[in-house]
Structures are given as C-alpha cells and as structure tokens.
Design a protein around this ligand. Structure first.
Ligand code: HEC
Length: 221
C-alpha cells in the first residue's frame, strides 16, 4: 500500500512537473506565435501593396511661415528707433538710379523724391505715374512707406516701379529716415519699448509721490 502509494506518487509528481513545464512552454510558444502573427499583420497593414501609398510619406509638420522680418516681427515704429538716416543713405544707393532726392531734382525713371514723406502719393509735378499708384491716394506715412518698400508690386498691384523691394525692415526704416531728412521731417510714430512700459509704470508711481510733495511745498509757501 505504502509502496504502491509512493511508487504512484513519484511518477505522478514527475508527470505533473512535466505538465507544468509543458504548460509554461506552451505559453511561451503561444506568445511567440501571437507576436509573430501580430508582426505579420502589422507588416501587411503598413506595407501591404493593397494599402494606397500616401502622396506624402511620414507626418507633415506644419511650421509657421516666418517672414524676413524674423520671428520677433518688430513693428516699423520700433525699427525706426534702431537705425539712422546716415545708414539710410547707404540703402539709398539702390534707389538713386531711378530717383533724385535733392530739392528741385529732376524726375528720372522714377519721380524726384524730395520731401516725399508725408507728401501726397503720386503728386510730383511732371511725372507720368501709373494709374495703379495714382489710385492709392492719401499720403506717404511711415506704415505705408514700409509696406511699399517691402514689396512695391505686392502693395500697389500694377505699379511701374520696377524694384523688388527691401526685405530687411531695418533697411526700409533707414531709407525712410533718409528720405524724411531730405525735405520732409515729419514726426516719427510713437514707440515705447516693452521694458520702458514697465519702467514708466514705476515712474508713474514715483511721479505721483513727487507731485504730492510738490503740492505740499506749494501749499506751505
Ligand atoms: C528701377 C527704377 C526704380 C528704383 C530702383 C526705385 N524706384 Fe521708386 N519709383 C520708380 C517708379 C517708376 C515710380 C513710379 C511708380 C508708379 O507710377 O507706379 C516710383 C515711385 C516711388 C515712390 C512713390 C513716389 C510718389 O510720388 O508717390 C517712392 C516713395 C519710391 N519710388 C521710393 C523708392 C525707394 C526708397 C527706392 C529704393 C529703395 C526706390 N524707389 C527704387 C522707380 C524706381
């Protein structure tokens, strides 16, 4: 009985150990098969000839277009504070083949530009302007001059000024200052640097306090 039991237990133990091994092996095999199956499926799904090939491969990452003004996109009013009329004289070299700037200067391919800042658009006597520029109307203020010089044909479709434009905002600002210094002298647009805005807020509080002191002193006199 005892012997029988032990003799039965032993093979049974071995057999159950074998089952455990087989079960484990089965799981491993099963997992491997599943993995293989999935990878085949994945291959079919992503590379199968039946799948239409997208026109553009990979992800299309939208990148915001940056202009030549740079990512900061400073205002023309700010650019005007960073350059000088003297710098503008150098930029003017690109204009002088077509324009004179001296008072009473002759019209060339383009009109004489003495005193052009603040002047009426397309109003120089004796120059045959395009209908397009005549249609613009108004005066040459800073913002308009900026837009015009950046891309003349883009700003005034049909203009006969055959000039590609000045891509750098500093160049446009400098040459506008140069023109302003030649017979115009109109006021610069208001510009307050961001750092000064914060300073002014503090200064405002100081001014108020100073004002109170002044008022007190005035009262005591
Ligand atoms: C290839 C010749 C040419 C060059 C270079 C040129 N211009 Fe002109 N410009 C013209 C012509 C032509 C007109 C008249 C446009 C029209 O009637 O459509 C004009 C018109 C203008 C006007 C408007 C004048 C008005 O009376 O309203 C301004 C301002 C001006 N140009 C500035 C400049 C500046 C600044 C540059 C240099 C950065 C420059 N131009 C370069 C030919 C030129």
């Amino acid at each position: 009985m005892t012997q029988d039991n032990s003799s039965q237990t032993s093979p049974a133990g071995q057999s159950s150990g074998g089952d455990l091994f087989n079960t484990a092996a089965g799981w491993v095999l099963g997992a491997a098969a599943l993995g293989l199956g999935l990878s085949i499926l994945a291959d079919k799904y992503f590379q199968g000839s039946s799948a239409p090939r997208p026109a553009e491969l990979g992800y299309v990452i939208e990148v915001a277009e940056t202009t030549s003004d740079g990512p900061a996109e400073m205002s023309f009013a700010e650019a005007l504070t960073l350059v000088t009329a003297e710098q503008g004289e150098r930029v003017w070299a690109k204009c002088q083949s077509c324009h004179s700037i001296n008072a009473g200067g002759a019209n060339g391919v383009g009109p004489n530009l003495h005193g052009i800042m603040g002047a009426n658009v397309a109003a120089k006597p004796g120059f045959a302007y395009s209908a397009a520029l005549q249609g613009l109307g108004g005066q040459w203020d800073w913002e308009r001059m900026n837009n015009w010089l950046k891309n003349p044909r883009g700003y005034v479709d049909g203009t006969k000024m055959a000039f590609a434009g000045l891509s750098k905002i500093e160049d446009r600002a400098a040459v506008a200052l140069y023109m302003n210094a030649n017979g115009s002298n109109i006021a610069l647009p208001a510009f307050t640097p961001a750092a000064e805005v914060a300073e002014e807020e503090t200064a405002g509080a100081v001014d108020e306090a100073a004002g109170e002191v002044a008022a007190d002193e005035a009262g005591s006199e």
